[in-house]
Design a protein around this ligand. Structure first.
Ligand code: BTN
Length: 256
C-alpha cells in the first residue's frame, strides 16, 4: 500500500470500559473513529468467549464504520477488508500472517489478532458497523488455558509503539475500505482468499456433532460461507457456527 495515503482518524484513548464495542455504540462517534481502551471489564470474543489482554501491553479497540453502501447480504466483505488491513499492517513489521476464516489473524499456527464485528442495519443495507479488534502487541506471557496465543513482541523479540501500530492499521483499513466502497469487490474477495490459513491444504475440521472431518479449503462464498472439498471431491459450504478448525495443538494432544 502507498505510504502517501494520509487519514485523519480520531483516536479516543480511554482507561477503562466494559467493552470498546459497547463504548463505540455511542452516537457521538463518527465514521472511522477509534475507541481504544487500556482495560475492558467484559471484553468479548467470538463464539461467546471473553477476550484476555493485559492492561497497558496490547491494543484493544473498536473502529466505527458507516458502510451504508453495502447490502446486508454482502456484509462479509467488511470482515474481509478488516482482515486484509490487519495482514498488511503486520507485514509492514515483517510479520507474515494468514487469515483463519472468518477473521482471526494467525502468525504460523498462533493467534495474533482476534476480531469481533457487530452490525446494525437499515433496510437492505448496513447502517453502522463496529469492528472490535484485540491485537497482542507487547504481551509475552499468556494464561495457560488460551489455546495458541502469540504477540508481535513474541514474533519479533522486541517491543512496539502501540499507537504507531494502531495508526498503521488504520491507514491500511482506510485503503481497503476505499477499494470496497469504490465497488471493487472482486479484488477484496480474491485478496482475502489468497491469504487464507490452510488454503488448499488437507486439514481437520469439527462439525457441531463433534465429528471431525478431513477437508481442503477451496474458498469463501461472497456471503461468507466456507467452501470445503472433502476427500471424495464433493464440496460443501459451511456457515460460521457449522464448522470449526481443529487446531494443530489439539490434534497433537489427541494423539498422545
Ligand atoms: C475473538 O474471539 O477472536 C474476537 C476477539 C475480539 C476482542 C476485541 S478487544 C476490543 C473489542 N472489544 C471487545 O469486547 N472485543 C473486541
Amino acid at each position: 500500500m502507498s505510504d502517501k495515503y494520509v487519514i485523519n482518524t480520531m483516536i479516543y484513548h480511554i482507561n477503562n470500559t466494559t467493552s470498546t464495542n459497547d463504548e463505540a455504540r455511542g452516537e457521538n462517534y463518527q465514521h472511522m473513529d477509534v475507541i481504544w481502551s487500556e482495560h475492558q471489564t467484559s471484553g468479548r470474543g467470538q463464539r461467546g468467549h471473553s477476550w484476555h489482554s493485559v492492561e497497558g501491553e496490547n491494543l484493544t479497540f473498536s473502529v466505527v464504520l458507516h458502510p451504508t453502501f453495502l447490502p446486508i447480504v454482502e456484509q462479509f466483505l467488511l470482515s474481509e477488508v478488516v482482515a486484509l488491513a490487519l495482514v498488511d499492517a503486520m507485514a509492514e513489521y515483517g510479520i507474515e500472517c494468514r487469515i483463519k476464516w472468518t477473521n482471526d489473524i494467525y502468525a504460523e499456527d498462533s493467534k495474533l489478532v482476534g476480531v469481533l464485528i457487530e452490525h446494525s442495519l437499515s433496510g437492505d443495507t448496513l447502517a453502522r458497523t463496529i469492528v472490535g479488534i484485540g491485537l497482542n502487541v507487547n504481551q509475552r506471557e499468556f494464561p495457560a488455558d488460551l489455546p495458541n496465543p502469540t504477540s508481535m513482541a513474541l514474533r519479533c523479540g522486541r517491543e512496539f509503539d502501540r499507537e504507531e501500530v494502531l495508526r498503521g492499521f488504520m491507514l491500511n483499513l482506510q485503503q481497503w475500505y476505499d477499494i470496497l466502497a469504490s465497488g471493487d469487490k472482486q479484488l477484496v474477495e480474491h485478496a482475502y482468499i489468497s491469504r487464507m490459513y490452510h488454503l488448499g491444504e488437507e486439514h481437520s475440521y469439527m462439525l457441531p456433532s463433534g465429528e471431525v472431518i478431513r477437508a481442503r479449503i477451496r474458498g469463501v462464498k461472497p456471503s461468507g460461507e466456507l467452501r470445503l472439498e472433502h476427500a471424495d471431491g464433493t464440496v460443501s459450504e459451511y456457515a460460521f457456527k457449522e464448522i470449526e478448525f481443529v487446531l494443530p495443538h489439539k490434534q497433537a494432544a489427541k494423539k498422545e
